[in-house]
Design a protein around this ligand. Sequence first.
Ligand SMILES: C[S@@+](CC[C@H](N)C(=O)[O-])C[C@H]1O[C@@H](n2cnc3c(N)ncnc32)[C@H](O)[C@@H]1O
Length: 262
Amino acid sequence: MKSINKTVNSAIKRHDLDASGFDSLYKGLDNSSKARAFTLGRNLIVEELDTFLKTLPQGAKILDVGCGTGHLTNQIKQKGYDVYGIEPSSEMLKIAKKNFPSIPLRSDISSKISFDNDYFDAIIALEVLRYLDKEENHNSLKEFHRCLKEGGLFFVTQVNAFSTDFYYFFYHLKSLYSLIFNKVTHHCYFTTPRAQEILGKKCGFKKIKTIGLFFGSSRLAFKFGKKFGNFYYGFLNKISQQRITRYFYKAFCGHLVVIGKK
Ligand SMILES: C[S@@+](CC[C@H](N)C(=O)[O-])C[C@H]1O[C@@H](n2cnc3c(N)ncnc32)[C@H](O)[C@@H]1O
């Protein structure tokens, strides 16, 4: 696939290599401490997505951008929606087609979607736009705007720059390692709730809402093992919510959900 944006290429390359690992993760076959932290954060995102989906009528047309191995796409389909997927990594796409042959899947990227104008009621992109730079995020939201019906909604996840699990720091450390040892790496787009509101409006959306999920430093705690991570997460749940809508605090969560209305 031809592409001029460097971060698009690096995201595809990274996921071509990680495809079977993701498949194991979504099938619940990975028992590591990292997988446990991933699943806890993931459950919060899926819960939020369920709330979002309930606002749509049954049979609504939904596009899953960067659908990966297709597991989430299939869950949405099973809830009674008319779901389509796009996935540019050939390895991910191969697995998705094998896992769920009845779901219509295409090999598009988020900024160039081969569907007509005003086609979808909703577009979702979970853990996708975070791999692309600011310019490509802008291009993607503009493309979502084109493909959504009037009043249509998007639901995406992003990475908070000020997340208290210090991913900003770990990402840059890992990138340095990859640079020195010539490993395949990917871009990470760090953002804030305010920046997402500005970007969404710039791309033509009338309303933008942001929600912080995975409050506290849970992911960091799992770096000290599953036992400590579980203990810390249990403790955090007693003293704080994991879903944050208050402006100041949501910028410190591990996941940032952004919802926009055309
Ligand atoms: C971490 S996976 C998430 C998969 C799926 N959305 C989920 O949450 O289960 C990110 C996916 O985005 C895909 N991707 C990377 N760059 C993309 C782009 N420019 N447009 C659409 N998808 C992209 C990757 O190939 C990968 O399958």
